[in-house]
Design a protein around this ligand. Structure first.
Ligand code: PEP
Ligand code: MG
Length: 324
């Protein structure tokens, strides 16, 4: 299988109907960077910056972070890297921060909620990113945005950081893209202006699914009840993708499901043209995408839905038999 994937590494994930899906990798540690070359990823669709905070036993300094982000951008050699600002709280606890005793940490004081209420670390991180870019293009995304206002506040923090850096004499990034991670169903129903204001949307399927089905992603017992290819979830994604299309808002999917070949095919059939996954999944996903016709898959999904199936998995698997 390794050899088979190597032979398509530098080929696009172009389907039989001619659609091209761009495949990116998820990363977070320096050890992930060599995978940029070996996997054939077009870029880093999700750089989980909290991993660098989690492996330390004290708060990293701005200069350290800046050097680290610069190394990531160097390794990417001009490929796009979407840096997600700190997503702590929930399952990710920093030993050097005061512990928070919350009854439901996954729905508690986490991610951008911390970043906006105690902005010190977020500001340091944004400054470090702008410095690391050192005139190169910069892509930043904010985790766990649940409503328009949070995105606006986060973006305002970025703008302030840009101004501070300008005054300090650091070069502006060549271009800036500021995105929101869509991890709560509420954001899909935000006012139209949200879709206009955001530069891109990245669907964080791990959290999104947990809140869509009200099933804890850490709890095997309830998690497994709900299939990603459940008709309700796909219909939700379809609605969201249609809104993004209507506003020309780039949208991608970076949860673990993007790296599962059958799910990836279904997402592409729903209209997604950008997926981000662990590096080892890029080969298998590309291999399958190159064999399918997305119009046919979309028709299979439609039929299964019309027939009242709970999940379209069986129907897609039947279609795929003989294609892998
Ligand atoms: C997600 O929620 O899908 C996601 C990509 O972020 P994380 O898994 O780090 O919460
Ligand atoms: Mg998440």
């Amino acid at each position: 299988a390794q050899l088979r994937y190597a032979s398509i590494r530098d080929l696009p994930a172009q389907t039989q109907c001619g659609s091209v899906v761009s495949l990116h990798m998820n990363a977070g540690l320096m050890a992930d960077l060599p995978s940029l070359e070996s996997s054939g990823a077009e870029g880093v669709g999700l750089f989980r910056t909290e991993l660098q905070f989690l492996v330390r036993n004290q708060m990293p300094k701005r200069a350290e972070l800046s050097a680290l982000y610069a190394r990531v951008m160097d390794a990417a050699q001009g490929r796009r890297v979407a840096f997600r600002t700190l997503d702590i709280g929930s399952d990710k606890v920093l030993t050097y921060m005061k512990p928070n005793d919350e009854p439901n940490p996954a729905m508690g004081w986490r991610a951008i909620r911390v970043g906006l209420e105690k902005p010190g670390v977020l500001r340091m991180q944004l400054q470090a990113l702008i410095r690391a870019a050192n005139g190169r293009p910069l892509t930043v995304m904010f985790p766990f945005i649940a409503q328009l206002e949070e995105f606006r506040m986060a973006r305002a923090e970025f703008d302030k950081a840009m101004e501070r850096e300008r005054i300090l004499g650091h070069p502006r990034p060549k271009s800036v893209e500021i995105g929101a991670m869509l991890e709560t169903p509420s954001l899909a129903f935000a006012p139209d202006v949200f879709f206009e204001e955001v530069d891109f949307i990245s669907i964080g399927g791990n959290d999104l699914k947990q809140f869509f089905f009200a099933a804890d992603r850490e709890n095997e017992r309830v998690r497994r009840r709900y299939d990603t290819l459940n008709v309700s979830f796909l219909t939700f994604l379809q609605t969201l993708i249609a809104r993004c299309k209507a506003h020309n808002t780039p949208v991608s999917f970076c949860g673990e499901d993007a790296g599962r070949p059958v799910e990836a095919v279904a997402f592409a059939a729903m209209g997604l043209r950008s997926l981000s996954m662990r590096p080892a999944s890029i080969g298998p996903v590309k291999h399958l995408l190159r064999r399918v016709n997305l119009d046919e898959v979309a028709a299979v999904i439609e039929t299964a839905r019309d027939e009242g199936e709970m999940s379209v998995r069986t129907a897609i698997m039947d279609y795929l038999r003989g294609k892998a």
